[in-house]
Design a protein around this ligand. Sequence first.
Ligand code: TRP
Length: 413
Amino acid sequence: MSGDLANSVNKLDIKENSVTNHNNDGGDDDQVDPWNVVSQADTGVDYEKLIKRFGSSKIDEELLARFEKVTGKPVHHLLRRGFFFSHRDMHSILTRYENGKPFYLYTGRGPSSSSMHLGHLIPFTLCKWLQDVFSCPLVIQLTDDEKTLWKDLKVEQAYQMALENAKDIIACGFDINKTFIFSDFTYIGQRSEFYRNMIRIQKCVTFNQVKGIFGFDDSSVIGKIAFPAVQATPALSTSFPDIFGDKKVPCLIPCAIDQDPYFRMTRDVCPRIGFDKPALLHSKFFPALQGAKTKMSSSEANSTIFMNDTPKQLKNKINKHAFSGGQATVEEHRKLGGNCDLDISYQYLRFFLEDDEKLEQIKKDYTSGALLTGELKKILIETLTPVLTQHQQNRSKITDDTLKTFMTPRKLC
Ligand code: TRP
């Protein structure tokens, strides 16, 4: 077996009986898979190690420089600051762009809560920027089917959440002429081309392989076992005949690194059924308020800032829960200074404060002890409040008609 599946499958060969331990090489590695993210260190996941383990490539200075040269624009701060840190085949996408050849963007979201949180914003923020810079079509999969299978949710509930999430996504500012958002429950029944591609993929992957990649076992419901093909299918352009007709157009998938197992599988299958492998841009996780050991999660209200939180809720959550890298007393803090690597307020500012100089000054002042934890939290609150209010305003303006248009299979520009 060659290609992207090789890593996982070799692992399966070696550890045939430990499929549930699918993502842990036995040692003290961080756990990173589509369902769990737990790091060993307080500073969060060791991403360098992850690149090696997953066999992806680092987003280095050379790639960023090429990005800027090819697009003629400064790279987005999420790229510049290394939140998107790993990729597969990004150079081929840039070469296509240079040669005026088409490609599209594909990303997605599993609707498991009716409001999205700050962490969910990250891949969509980059997607919006990529869509503007490359002026290319974007398809967004809402996996209401996945969430029904994995969570304690009924079909109808997951579908409703998909619609609610679609509004949060539209509020990020996507171009209605270049974006198709679809719920699996609705779209898969609408276009037989999607279902046919799904079956082409399902025909290429054995139970043994998905066991090795995803840790399924004999008691996993069969819907879960088949699901990876559903998430793989949007990487085949012909699944969207309204947009691409029967043309084979390659895609670029921005996603959090925990989604990589799906796309390792996709990349292994694609050449076998006559498609290009999708390219990928991987992001780090958005840390929970309590610290970088876990990612922000909808099921932990205290660790999470929801996009529909009020300014007061936002303020309280940060003041109460945001893990501080500061010292226990003001005197000690003035003397010893704070630790920005551990401090969640500082870490969040790296995502949301675009001004490099300001950010650098904050880092200096906090590290030296000149800036206190309370003051740092205040800066974060002042930075995030307009992000939330703007988002809520954008969202409240979305009409049913707009939502319907985004979610209707149609030709894009
Ligand atoms: N499985 C993802 C989630 O739970 C949703 C998803 C579907 C996705 N397709 C994707 C994420 C493509 C990133 C890229 O959130």
